[in-house]
Design a protein around this ligand. Structure first.
Ligand SMILES: Nc1ncnc2c1ncn2[C@@H]1O[C@H](COP(=O)(O)OP(=O)(O)OP(=O)(O)O)[C@@H](O)[C@H]1O
Length: 668
């Protein structure tokens, strides 16, 4: 029997972006360098060995010496001191440009993306216009109005880069606007202004930081260029552009002079760019959830609808459950075909606790298998996880490299598929294939290897294990092949077994045996099971919890008894109504009218609305969030109150979402 280690607690991590940034050596070096320059400039008076204009004529045009560490210019002025004193002006200019750009671009980008319409078109027009005119020309115009004024020039620069910056923020706002928690806040009656400030703004912050660092790098080069041309500094002033200009004039007599000033500016620009790149990578590491705003905290005196909507608002961004063996959060999967990506699994979240069996049900094409296979990184070619996290035993395994993940899969994570024969090589005996796995996991050979193989075959209740060991796969019946496949999955002593429709290919009596075996194995080993099935009977028999998927989304997530006693989603009602186990003799079986919309043509509103008997205008008004009307019972339906007055405990649903029809229909 496998003893489960208590999963380590997931400690909430603070400052995830900073942590991700500090894991990158280039970012650490760039940050350290920039901090040094800022501090040195701020404390120039204390640090500089001379005043910026102190002459030392004997030392003129000297290279580095003990008196002048970075050399002296054509008048014998100390280069180090001049660079230190000139830093404040350049850094202030950068700050002005960045602040102007951020203060304009972030609100404008959010407003344009969130409100759309005329404002969006106006921003788009202004952006195109500004991008068509070279920034330097507009800054020169500003400098003719405000001669020699770096502040005016840098504010103008900030205004000029703001439209492009705003366009990026707008792009990040668009998907956030469609997020479930934003829909929930809207349904709860939260004002648009509050939604933008509390839900959208935190979601665009990281993008804004990355962009700001690129603006800073450009602003530095711009400020130096203006100083170099003498447009924002007087000749001989201790200003970085002027220091470079003076050094450039002496290039033939003392080329060294360009090294400190040019080097400093080049290194600073490089550090800012590297920091921007590192921030972008760090943002990607932290995950797409990085762009998901924290939901609003509930307030006292909320109406039930508001409370529900807020509860739901927390669900897409709800943290991984530290008590869960497997915690999937906001998992999205796309398939690419002919260069086009189609969303198949859309922000699916669920937990599997130690020893728990969780069922994934839904009609064909709902995304059940893709969800399960994505957890195991076994997506068919063209499939890709686009977002979300998978936590296993308290560890975020989303970012594990393939080698580390391989060590997990096949050991802690096992799989049995719907086609057992496909997991067996027809060219080798069962003994040879099972023995190979035992050798890999237990590092035993010879008699001990064979003993373990026999033990595994007995564990899956194969009566003549010796004979089966020497059999080839084609000599096995379907049920026998599935038992062998289970023995192979068990050889790594999995803590979680993913069973992808394990009985689909088997006849009814064998199905029962295999399901009974699965239950016994689960109880005997304490492992958890995630089972993909069409069959609600299997769910009722085997599962502790069930997740109803529809068109790539979770429609209902509840404990099994709760789901069967008190379904809170019209789609689940439809599935239950269509279950042949509930058919009355002589009565026609009910079916859900219509078909599941195929991936790529999902509406932005409730995906089930077109087939739902309870559909009302609010169902097609916008995206429908996953609500939590009852503790640990989630449902994606905006009409729970009206359709299921049952949300109050103990009351059964009065209505069915299905229409009568002749014929037979399971969940598929
Ligand atoms: N290899 C693939 N290439 C392209 N699209 C795929 C691929 N595999 C799955 N899909 C898409 O993903 C959708 C969901 O597939 P999935 O196998 O997860 O459905 P399911 O809910 O398990 O249904 P079923 O019970 O019929 O297996 C399919 O309808 C299909 O559009």
């Amino acid at each position: 029997m496998t003893h489960l280690a208590a999963p380590p607690l997931i400690r909430p991590r603070r400052f995830p972006l900073l942590r991700a940034l500090l894991r990158q050596p280039t970012a650490v070096v760039a940050l350290a360098f920039l901090t040094l320059i800022v501090l040195a400039s701020l404390f120039a008076r204390q640090l500089a060995p001379y005043t910026p204009d102190a002459f030392d004529l004997p030392a003129r045009l000297s290279g580095p010496t003990a008196r002048h560490l970075l050399g002296a210019d054509e008048l014998g002025r100390d280069i180090l001191s001049r660079l230190l004193y000139g830093g404040t002006k350049a850094l202030l200019g950068i700050l002005e440009a960045v602040l102007t750009a951020v203060l304009v671009a972030v609100p404008v980008g959010i407003l344009a993306g969130y409100l759309g319409g005329a404002l969006d078109r106006a921003v788009s027009f202004v952006t195109d216009l500004v991008l068509a005119i070279p920034a330097i020309i507009l800054v020169l115009v500003v400098l003719t109005v405000f001669p020699n004024n770096l502040n005016a020039a840098m504010i103008a620069l900030g205004l000029l880069v703001a439209p492009g910056f705003a366009r990026i923020i707008r792009g990040v706002t668009l998907p956030l606007k469609e997020a479930d928690f934003v829909a929930a806040a809207r349904i709860a009656g939260v004002s648009e202004g509050t939604i933008m400030a509390r839900h959208i703004l935190p979601g665009v912050t990281r993008t804004a930081i990355v962009q700001a660092s690129f603006v800073a790098a450009n602003a530095l080069l711009f400020a130096v260029a203006l100083g170099f041309l003498g447009l924002t500094a007087s000749p001989g002033e201790a200003e970085w552009g002027q220091i470079v200009a003076a050094a450039a004039q002496q290039i033939s007599t003392q080329p060294w002079l360009l090294v400190p000033s040019g080097g400093l500016i080049a290194l600073m620009a490089l550090a800012l760019m590297l920091l921007g790149n590192a921030l972008r990578d760090a943002t990607a590491d932290v995950g797409s959830a990085a762009e998901v705003a924290r939901p609003a905290r509930g307030t006292t005196g909320s109406t039930p609808n508001e409370t529900r909507a807020r509860t739901a608002a927390s669900s897409p961004a709800r943290p991984a459950d530290p008590a869960a063996l497997l915690s999937v959060r906001d998992l999205s999967v796309v398939f690419e075909q002919r260069g086009q990506e189609t969303l198949i699994v859309d922000h699916v979240s669920f937990d599997v606790h130690p020893g728990e069996t969780v069922g994934l049900v839904g009609e064909s094409g709902a995304g059940k298998s893709v969800t399960a296979l994505a957890v195991l990184r076994l997506l068919a070619s063209g499939g890709r996880i686009r977002g979300g996290q998978v936590w296993f035993e308290g560890q975020d395994i989303t970012g594990l490299d393939d080698r580390a993940f391989d060590r997990l899969r096949g050991r802690a994570l096992g799989l049995i598929s719907q086609e057992p024969l496909s997991s067996l090589d027809p060219a080798f005996t069962v003994g040879s294939q099972l023995g190979e796995l035992v050798g890999l996991h237990d590092r035993v050979s010879g008699t001990r290897n064979r003993e373990r193989c026999l033990e595994l075959l007995r564990q899956v209740q194969i009566r003549q294990p010796e004979r089966v060991l020497s059999s080839f796969p084609h000599e096995l019946s379907g049920g026998m092949a599935q038992r062998v496949a289970m023995a192979m999955a068990l050889s790594g002593r999995p803590r979680l077994l993913i069973a992808d429709e394990p009985t689909t290919a088997l006849d009814v009596t064998v199905q029962k045996e295999i399901l009974g075996l699965l239950r016994q194995l689960q109880e005997g080993t304490g492992m958890s099971v995630l089972i993909v099935t069409h069959n609600l009977g299997v769910v009722a028999d085997l599962c502790d919890r069930v997740l109803v998927l529809y068109a790539g989304q979770v429609f209902e997530d509840a404990a099994v008894d709760e789901l069967f006693d008190r379904p809170l989603n019209p789609y689940t009602l439809g599935l239950l109504g269509a279950n042949p186990a509930h058919a009355q003799p002589g009565e026609p079986l009910t079916v859900i009218p219509g078909r599941v919309p195929p991936p790529g043509s999902w509406p932005t509103h409730c995906r089930f609305a077109a087939r739902c008997a309870f559909a009302a205008p609010e169902c097609t008004a916008g995206p429908v969030p996953l609500l939590q009307p009852v503790n640990q019972h989630f449902s994606r339906c905006v009409r729970i109150d009206e359709v299921f007055p049952t949300a109050a405990p103990g009351r059964a649903p009065h209505a069915t979402a299905t229409t009568p029809a002749a014929g037979h229909q399971e969940a598929s």
